[in-house]
Design a protein around this ligand. Structure first.
Ligand code: PLP
Length: 396
């Protein structure tokens, strides 16, 4: 190995640190939940994607245990060799049924779902028109595909229309518009109603990544497309957030699309089947999310988000507008975001500063996230801590 290799890596790490961009990993010694144990202390947790509060729910844990008891730790195989158990077929049917699609295919993660979606379905004759704020996994999935790439500024419908026109004029065979259903760093919800109109006008397909919407946006929590009441062609999602919080991804689509993905999607063909415990946990989460308990959790989540937004705005913080339980507190400077997050932890609230490359340079923030498991008391305590730390650091 060249002798200067480790010196170069160390210099790169030092540079990241000097810019205030190091992302430390704090160790949690409890289940995921509104209150967690960090560094031997109980602290309030406002940065998990635990939207419905199911990640630590005993029923989900019991369902995971029961599935592991029945079907073991895992298949020691990819799906098409000897890795398809009844529980995988049941989960595919459950998620497709819940979200209203013909069929679904499971992946080890939504990252893999997005990585495997485009390449089998689109070739160099086709065009992918992608929102500029799309998740890294969509960007990587699009890169793996030979289709011509077009990009439009976040939710800018005029730019989207211009790109669709360009793609049509360039003679694209199929065009697919790819977007997050809810943008994970900002909490903005994609304008799928307007996207639907443009897709119809330019004969385009629509792909939505609903990782930050499935389970809690729209009727029955079916996601951003249901929130807007529109149909889409491909939906990618995760079991790692609202739907139990374990892990695992999926794509919902028409039956032929799912069949083709099962033949060709590389992260599906060349990676182990989802662990039975994850299937069991996810199935129980779907059962809860789609029923009346899910409605109550969604009502609670929305009330929490509203209360927090109001109180933080009254306190003078700069929040990105919206109605999503992702509520970013904008700070601009990366070091300030880190310092404020560290002070919040001292005050008993676990939040995280986000900076480049996760968000654009100069747009550092603390992304707070509400859960249905938070009480109003948790929210009020957090706002008070933000007020104290914000005053100390000159933010408000
Ligand atoms: C919008 C979006 N898509 C995909 C993913 C990846 O999800 P998973 O953790 O299931 O790979 C995430 C997770 O951060 C996400 O926020």
């Amino acid at each position: 190995m060249p002798t200067d290799f480790h010196a170069r890596i160390a210099a790169e790490l030092a540079d990241i640190d000097a810019q205030g961009l190091t992302k430390p990993e704090r160790v949690i010694a409890s289940r995921q939940g509104p209150v967690i144990e960090v560094g031997g202390r109980q602290v309030l947790n406002f940065c998990a994607n635990n939207y419905l509060g199911l990640a630590g729910d005993q029923r989900i844990v019991d369902a995971a245990k029961a599935a592991a008891d029945r079907r073991g730790a895992g298949t020691a195989s990819v799906r098409f060799i000897c890795g398809t158990q009844d529980i995988h077929k049941e989960l595919e049917a459950a998620i497709a049924g819940y979200l209203g699609f013909e069929d679904a295919i499971l992946f080890a993660a939504a990252f893999d779902a997005n990585g495997g979606l485009f390449e089998p379905l689109f070739g160099e004759e086709d065009a992918i028109v992608s929102d500029s704020l799309n998740h890294a996994s969509i960007i990587d999935g699009v890169r793996l595909c030979k289709a011509k790439r077009y990009r439009f500024a976040n939710s800018d419908m005029d730019e989207l229309e211009s790109r669709l026109k360009e793609a049509r004029e360039a003679g694209a065979r199929n065009i697919v518009i790819a977007t997050d259903g809810a943008f994970s760093m900002d909490g903005y919800i994609a304008k799928l109603d307007e996207i639907r109109v443009l897709a119809d006008r330019y004969d385009a397909l629509i792909m939505v990544d609903d990782c930050h919407a499935t389970g809690f946006l729209g009727p029955q929590g079916r996601g951003s497309f249901a929130h807007h009441g529109v149909k889409i062609d491909f939906l990618s999602g995760t079991f790692g957030k609202a739907l139990g919080g374990a892990m695992g991804g999926f794509i919902c689509a028409s039956a032929p699309v799912v069949q083709l993905l099962k033949q060709r999607a590389r992260p599906y063909l060349f990676s182990n089947a989802l662990a039975p415990a994850v299937c069991g946990a996810s199935m129980e989460a779907i059962r809860i999310a789609q029923g009346s308990e899910g409605d109550a959790l969604r009502t609670r989540l929305s009330a929490n988000a509203h209360r927090y937004r109001m109180a933080m705005t009254d306190a003078g913080f700069d929040l990105l507008p919206g109605e999503h339980p992702i509520i970013p507190v904008m700070l601009g400077d990366a070091k300030l975001a880190q310092t404020l997050a560290a002070r919040m932890l001292e005050l008993g609230v676990y939040v995280i500063g986000f900076s480049f490359p996760v968000v654009p340079r100069g747009a550092a923030r603390i992304r707070t996230q509400m859960s249905a498991a938070h009480t109003f008391e948790h929210i009020d305590q957090t706002v008070e801590a933000f007020k104290q730390a914000g005053k100390e650091l000159g933010v408000i």
